[in-house]
Design a protein around this ligand. Structure first.
Ligand SMILES: C[S@@+](CC[C@H](N)C(=O)[O-])C[C@H]1O[C@@H](n2cnc3c(N)ncnc32)[C@H](O)[C@@H]1O
Length: 433
């Protein structure tokens, strides 16, 4: 049971300026907060021991949502407190409070609001996250346009705002990002996260192993896992409604070939696969994979069944130049960050997807934490709209049996538990209008 009292959250070693703003936030003293925020960086100060930030303090002091038998007087008092907390939080976020800072219990302000059952406050944190991530996306784009000299400016901004690249922390990109799969939005001290950043270059050089219903790299990152089979099944059903034969399909990221096996069952007219990892390509070429030379030769015409070896970033321009168009495109890589998924749907989907086609991706963005998942659902939805795509989210139940505990059950031998949520939002993307 968490101790949410003020005495346990403001430590004895808390510096006076931090203590002052934490106390003002705890009591929802808006005039005092406004004054304190004149000092740059004040909104994101944290107690050195508990890592309590002013946003945490503002939310924590509310306590749990009132129960059903709360008296009308208490309810009205609670309503007033919530309104005061909202006013303080808005001010804090306006002045740079970091939506994804974690305290010593690994809770962001939004996680804390969710634990206390404060839905309205949780939504405010989600909105702050969306604004921050959209802004950092713009700054990242700006960075690419700059000469090397200016790079420090953006890095400095990221540091200052505690932004962590949406990087696949070892899951697939479902573009996530799972590819990024699961974008890592939370900046944890190294010893706590016990992780090395996963990146595409290192991953593509790593050794990978297929065993026990998993594809794992030599750092123990789960590249693909059998528990995702149901998600693959539902993705195929969504991309090919009614599972008609004779469609043109492009799949990016072979992994364990789960989704390709399902696509193949629909007897497509064209089935193209892009895969970059040399060892995965070696596995594909064996009889075990069912997608080796015999499968390629069995296509309805030369090139109808084809595995393209290489990164999608290199192969897709070639497909565009050939004039290839598909009815269904699925994207599920590993070790890439969200910017790559965004690049794919912005630059390549318009040319590769038929006007009536459907695009989907593995949606593992931020899937190790509910608030990150909620933020990235909205961020990706907005970027998809910018790219001319409408997205419907099919919400699926995820059976968490065997997935509850890091290092146990399905996660045995896998370094990071990249999925913790009981709902999966399956994206079904079509052209707007
Ligand atoms: C999560 S797995 C795909 C799982 C697949 N959906 C399945 O059903 O088994 C990701 C795959 O993407 C591949 N990959 C990673 N980066 C890539 C890139 N830039 N281009 C093409 N393939 C890539 C990985 O080697 C890996 O095989």
């Amino acid at each position: 049971m968490a101790d949410d009292s003020i005495s346990s959250r403001i430590s004895l070693s808390c510096p006076p300026d931090t203590q002052t703003i934490l106390t003002a936030a705890w009591s929802h003293d808006l005039p005092a907060i406004k004054k304190l925020l004149d000092t740059p960086g004040a909104a994101s100060l944290q107690d050195p021991v508990t890592r309590e930030s002013p946003s945490h303090a503002t939310i924590r002091s509310l306590g749990p949502r009132p129960s059903a038998d709360t008296s009308p007087e208490e309810l009205s008092e609670d309503k007033e407190s919530v309104e005061a907390a909202i006013a303080v939080l808005r001010e804090l976020f306006l002045w740079g409070a970091i939506w994804n800072d974690v305290d010593d219990h690994d809770e962001t302000p939004g996680c804390l609001a969710a634990r206390l059952g404060r839905e309205e406050i949780y939504q405010l944190c989600v909105e702050a996250g969306i604004r921050a991530e959209l802004l950092f996306g713009i700054l990242d784009g700006y960075e690419e346009l700059e000469s090397g000299d200016e790079e420090w400016e953006v890095e400095d901004v990221e540091e200052e705002h505690g932004h962590v690249e949406v990087v696949d922390g070892g899951e697939h990109n479902g573009a996530p990002v799972d590819g990024e799969d699961a974008p890592e939005l939370i900046d944890m001290p190294e010893e706590e996260s016990e992780k090395k950043d996963v990146n595409s270059e290192d991953y593509l050089k790593s050794k990978v192993t297929y065993s026990g219903g998993k594809l794992v790299d030599d750092d123990g990152n789960g590249v693909m896992m059998a528990w995702e089979t149901d998600i693959m099944r539902r993705s195929v059903n969504a991309l090919l409604p009614g599972l008609p034969e004779g469609k043109r399909i492009l799949n990016i990221g072979f992994g364990m070939g789960i989704i390709d096996g399902m696509f193949a069952e629909t007897k497509p007219a064209r089935h193209h696969i892009i895969e970059a990892h040399p060892e995965v390509l070696k596995y594909i070429s064996t009889d075990e994979s069912k997608f080796g030379p015999a499968w390629e030769a069995a296509g309805s015409e030369p090139g109808a069944n084809k595995v393209y070896g290489g990164k999608w970033q290199e192969i897709c321009p070639q497909l565009l130049a050939e004039g290839q168009v598909y009815d269904a495109i699925y994207f599920d890589t590993f070790g890439e960050d969200y910017s790559q998924l965004k690049l794919f749907f912005t630059e390549f989907i318009p040319g590769l997807l038929d006007q009536n086609g459907i695009f989907g991706f593995f949606n593992g963005l931020g899937a190790d934490r509910k608030i990150c998942y909620d933020v990235y659902t909205k961020v990706s939805e907005m970027h998809l709209a910018d790219a001319g795509l409408d997205v419907d989210w099919d919400v699926l139940d995820v059976d968490l049996k065997g997935l509850e505990e890091a290092g146990k059950g399905e996660w045995e031998g896998v370094r990071r538990r990249y999925w913790t949520l009981d709902k999966y939002r399956l994206p079904v993307c079509t052209f707007l209008g």
